[in-house]
Design a protein around this ligand. Sequence first.
Ligand code: TXA
Ligand code: MG
Length: 319
Amino acid sequence: MMQTKYFKFDQIKEAVDLLKGGDIVALPTETVYGLAADAKNEDAIKKIFLAKGRPSDHPLIVHIDSLDMLNECAQEVSLQAKKLAEHFWPGPLTMVFKKRESVSNLITAGLDTVAVRMPQHPVMLEVIKMLGRPLVAPSANAHKKTSPTKPEHVLKTLDGKIAGIVDGGICSIGIESTIIDMTKETPVILRPGSITAKALEQVLKVKVQVPFDHNQKISGNMKIHYQPEKPLFLLSLEQIENLLHTESNVAIMHYSDLDKQESCVYYKMSSKRQDYAKDLYATLHAIDATTVEKIFVETPPLLNEWSDVKDRLLKASKK
Ligand code: TXA
Ligand code: MG
């Protein structure tokens, strides 16, 4: 165990110094908090896997602040990828490219591809700029646990296991980046996020593939992931209302209006995707801190726009 140093958002230099010394530091991004290490320091990268308890066959995303850094990681950047970069970076989009020799196999889990994203959060961007090197950063939570959108969520599973954390407040998007594989003829979405297939298609002017059966190498695509401590059930409003005739001491996450019962705790979510997504992980963390025995979640709307929210809830509900 070590003392995890807490930094305010303007104490960026202190965080950069730790990263320069080969330590790992949790940093805010616009999606979720990331657990960052210098992408050129293999000993530092190893610390990430150790702190998270992450199996070594789950590759990491490289975070950059410029297209120069992209060219140092990717063998070739297609015209289509350039269009996406121009349109969505900095922002919650990760693109997969053929990797250059110089990218560590620890980052890519031995794959010949590398996932790259230019984040939008000013703290993360400034740290990369001051370090002058890319950062690898998985979500800053223990493997399989609910992702962090506030500093206290990070500390819940990583306090004493990481050198520091920079407090950047609440993450504005709240769900991990969309991942798109740009190495194929047809781009393939590997993980849904706030940037939808439709938004990508509008820029690319071609169809993107949204496979049903996701690749198991994508850790976010393993069946069990994002799990709160309490068992979570995805149900229709009707099912919830029926179950509540016999169940008590349940947390209910809903966006529709429903009849409330005294023995349950209600978490009213927004019916707007953007606000729902921003609150999703924070609500799961908040429920975990209560004494309820289980979580009933009203199934989100069946619209494409909600596919990232649905994806995370579905995985959180797997036993
Ligand atoms: O929004 C995000 O992407 C956040 C913030 C911190 O940037 N990061 C994040 O990292 O979600 P992580 O490690 O929790 O998820 C990264 C995902 C993993 O599911 C991994 O399998 C996938 O990216 N990935 C990494 N490299 C890949 C590659 N070469 N090919 C396919 N998938 C890859
Ligand atoms: Mg993660």
